[in-house]
Design a protein around this ligand. Structure first.
Ligand SMILES: NCc1[nH]cc(CCC(=O)O)c1CC(=O)O
Length: 304
């Protein structure tokens, strides 16, 4: 079997592509890969915050177009970057095992690494309105500054002292940087019920053409069953809440001991008001739990 992989050319995307190739090789050892790097608008425009360029998932859609044009067979993405609807004819057929879903506070070694202990007026770099809105509701006395560029760029801006702390996904950080102490930075996890992660955070998704049943089947078998169930719940949550990049919501499912838990949160853009809910459901119907979480969250949001 030969599989052509479409991916963005960033270091993180290429590392994630490597993870997916290993996933597939485990069940199809003779597979041959060809990597097709797709340059996207996002790789050209590096100086504006994402929400200023356009809707969530535009770059991912550009990569997926390579599948519709038959220039590649599968596409690799961070699940959290995929829009809630993908192109007709394409399916998310593969799910990696989940790396940490946490957002983390990254600081230089000599600085405070506890969100609640940061000095008033500290400058925190984040361009995510989800992160800013939820963090503002516990720390309204620090300054949230836009930060753009890939994870490496953000870390170098922190090292240079342009920010006192940056907030990043632990999964991306760990995939990119083996030993943070080499850079004299360290991080702490922000609790899930303080900053609910983006749906899909920590999971790598693999898109295929629906009609390529052989490839879809290989990807299904290569997938991590636990991550797949969590992903289905979180994607259902995202669709039910109707979240694009402009609504500060987070939602994460956790499969353990035969039960599926869900933590979801919503905040207003200014971080003045927020709701966090926790639900438990059955892993046999992850979509139902995701939809219930969305409805419960919106209900609580609208009644107060
Ligand atoms: N939006 C960028 C992005 N997309 C996926 C990850 C991290 C990897 C993952 O969540 O799987 C990141 C970096 C970040 O948010 O800090």
């Amino acid at each position: 079997m030969r599989i052509r992989i479409a991916t963005r050319g960033s270091r993180l995307s290429l590392i994630q592509t490597g993870i997916v190739m290993n996933m597939i090789r485990r069940i199809e050892p003779s597979v041959q890969f060809e990597i097709k790097i797709t340059k996207t608008t996002g790789d050209v425009i590096q100086d504006k915050p994402l929400y200023a360029i356009g809707v969530k998932g535009i770059f991912e859609k550009e990569v997926n177009m390579a599948l519709l044009r038959n220039e590649a067979d599968i596409a690799v993405h961070s699940l959290k970057d995929l829009p809630s609807e993908i192109n007709p004819g394409l399916v998310i057929a593969g799910f990696s095992s989940r790396d940490s879903p946490y957002d983390v506070l990254v600081v230089r070694d000599e600085y405070v690494d506890d969100l609640m202990a940061l000095p008033s007026g500290a400058r925190i770099g984040t361009s995510s309105i989800r992160r800013r809105a939820f963090l503002f509701s516990v720390r309204s006395d620090v300054v949230y500054d836009v930060i753009r560029g890939n994870v490496d760029t953000r870390i170098s801006k922190l090292i240079k002292g342009e920010y006192d702390a940056v907030v990043l996904a632990e999964a991306g950080l760990v995939r990119l940087i083996k030993d943070l102490s080499d850079f004299h930075v360290r991080y702490t996890r922000i609790p899930l019920d303080v900053l609910p992660p983006a749906p899909g955070q920590g999971i790598i998704a693999v898109i295929a053409r629906e009609r390529d049943t052989d490839i879809v089947d290989v990807l299904r078998r290569a997938s991590d069953p636990k991550a797949r169930i969590e992903a289905l719940a979180e994607r259902a949550f995202l669709r039910a809440i109707g979240g694009g990049c402009h609504v500060p919501v987070g939602g994460i499912a956790m499969y353990s001991n035969g039960r599926l838990g869900f933590i979801a949160g919503i905040a207003d853009v200014n971080g003045n008001r927020r709701r966090i809910i926790k639900l438990v459901g059955s892993p046999d119907n992850p979509e139902e739990l995701g939809v219930n979480a969305a409805h419960e969250l919106l209900e609580q949001w609208n009644e107060t």
